[in-house]
Design a binder for this molecule. Structure first.
Ligand code: ADP
Ligand code: MG
Ligand code: MG
Length: 248
């Protein structure tokens, strides 16, 4: 049974089919790459999966349960977490404080920006572990706003992990990251995946997901053009023509 699945998913806005009969699934511990040109519907698909938007047709299933009409919070409590294409951290707080806030929310404490991290408290040690996991332990006391783009993305992943998701949706985690910092970020994502989490990752470019994901879904005009191993997808002539004029 898939951990996360969408069946005949559809989103119509003002007569336009933004998402058009999309069926996809990801098994436990798998990593699925979602690629496609700008405007293909990748972010919208994640919005429908995570509950930010409600589809006009079809279903979203989390471990077999129909969650199509559940709120973002209910899905998050069921283990579905996501990052956003644009940055969502508190720039004036330290890296540790940012992760600690996420950890507190998942542990169920009151959100408290003013409470300083104290050693020994459960949320602080959880936050320290997450920073360690993404390779940011040395930046625990650094203000999030001054981190490099690559480190900001790692911090966002640490914040997501602090909510203890079993399925994570990463929307273009490499966006805005200097090309020299991409390999390190890819390594962090690989590690997050290898620790047993199911990962879905939106990426504009094929080369980034190659060698990282188990399967790739190619989206174009709201539809899934191909859904297969990266090698099979690369060789698919339909995919080649959809990307005409744009590099995979
Ligand atoms: P991608 O992430 O693949 O670049 P998006 O999912 O952001 O694509 O967008 C897919 C299409 O849906 C685009 O044409 C976009 O303009 C349109 N779209 C997305 N959200 C909305 C919305 N709330 N209202 C109207 N159109 C939208
Ligand atoms: Mg886009
Ligand atoms: Mg997008």
């Amino acid at each position: 049974q898939p951990v996360l699945a969408v069946e005949h998913l559809e989103l119509q806005i003002g007569g336009a089919r933004i998402i058009d009969d999309v069926t996809l699934s990801v098994g436990s511990g798998e990593m699925l790459g979602v690629i496609g040109p700008n405007g293909a519907g990748k972010t919208t698909l994640f919005n429908l999966m995570s509950g930010i938007m409600t589809p006009t047709g079809g279903r979203v299933l989390l471990r077999g349960d129909d969650v199509t009409r559940l709120t973002v919070q209910r899905r998050a409590r069921a283990g579905l977490g996501r990052t956003f294409q644009t940055s969502s951290l508190f720039t004036g707080l330290s890296a540790l404080e940012n992760v600690r806030l996420s950890a507190q929310v998942s542990i169920g404490h009151e959100l408290s920006v003013l409470a300083r991290p104290r050693r020994g408290d459960a949320a602080t040690s959880a936050a320290e572990e997450r920073l360690e996991e993404v390779g940011l332990a040395h930046h625990a006391q650094t203000m999030a706003g001054v981190l490099s783009h690559g480190d900001k993305r790692k911090l966002e992943i640490a914040m997501l992990l602090a909510t203890e998701p079993s399925v994570i949706l990463l929307d273009e985690p490499m966006a805005g990251v200097a090309s020299g910092d991409v390999p390190e970020l890819v390594e962090v994502i690989r590690r997050v995946h290898r620790s047993g989490r199911t990962v879905l990752m939106v990426e504009h470019h094929m080369d980034v997901v190659l060698g990282l994901v188990d399967t790739v879904a190619v989206m174009h005009h709201g539809q899934v053009l191909a859904w297969d191993t990266p090698q099979a997808v690369m060789a698919d002539p339909t995919v080649q023509s959809a990307y005409l004029g744009e590099s995979l």
